[in-house]
Design a protein around this ligand. Structure first.
Ligand SMILES: Cc1cc2nc3c(=O)[nH]c(=O)nc-3n(C[C@H](O)[C@H](O)[C@H](O)COP(=O)(O)O)c2cc1C
Length: 202
């Protein structure tokens, strides 16, 4: 299965870089493979340092901030054995990246787990958070899919997010919609208005 979370890596100057990532995990063997695009900062950092810290999170705002390269200033601590650890996560896992397959644009690194630390309880299922997760995946493909297609696929999530989300989910929604080119934002408002009529139904 693919587990979505946030990976922190070290830039060349040692500072933290945080990005959403979805490693493949085989729960039966506890084997983890990370698949960063070779064009990404995350790949450059992982490949150079040979390590990363993966965070299981339940706050969709931090996920969207990471997608927009805004999470590098989130509170974190540095542990020399592992790297940068975000304060706000349910748990974190430190990996050594021992073997790489660089034959495809999307590299594959096998992660060897060094450490696993629980930090706080998972706050519970929330439909808005899942909508934001789906939106974040779509918006990460904005340049491939185009604004119209992203908007089309994301629109059904908007009333669900507005209806079931808290402040963080609504902020995350604004951050996602802010990624649309300005020419599409008015259309998006229209989509939002259309779906707003359905808010009472579930
Ligand atoms: C939930 C989620 C999972 C993602 N998983 C991956 C992944 O496994 N590999 C990848 O290269 N990009 C993935 N992305 C996209 C990257 O997060 C995005 O391209 C980001 O900008 C990385 O670029 P950077 O390292 O240059 O900041 C994912 C995005 C989201 C929202």
């Amino acid at each position: 299965m693919i587990v979505e979370g946030i990976v922190t890596t070290e830039r060349q100057d040692g500072s933290m870089h945080a990005s959403p990532i979805g490693p493949w995990v085989d729960p039966s063997t506890d084997s983890w493979s990370f698949r960063p695009f070779q064009s990404s900062q995350t790949f450059a950092n992982m490949h150079r340092s040979g390590r990363c810290v993966f965070h299981l999170v339940d706050d969709p705002l931090i996920l969207v901030e990471a997608l927009r390269s805004m999470a590098d200033v989130r509170p974190h601590r540095y542990q020399s054995d592992f790297g940068h650890i975000l304060d706000d996560c349910c748990s974190w896992l430190a990996f050594s990246l021992d073997s790489w397959d660089l034959s495809q644009p999307r590299a594959v690194a096998q992660g060897r787990k060094l450490y696993h630390q629980q930090q706080r309880p998972f706050r519970g299922w929330n439909r808005a958070a899942h909508g934001i997760l789906e939106g974040a995946v779509l918006f990460s493909r904005l340049s491939l899919l185009g604004a119209q297609e992203v908007q089309r696929q994301f629109s059904p999530w908007i009333p669900i997010i507005r209806k079931t989300g808290g402040e963080g989910e609504l902020q995350a929604l604004d951050l996602l919609l802010g990624m649309l080119p300005s020419t599409h934002r008015d259309d998006q408002s229209e989509a939002t208005r259309q779906f707003a009529g359905d808010e009472g139904k579930e």
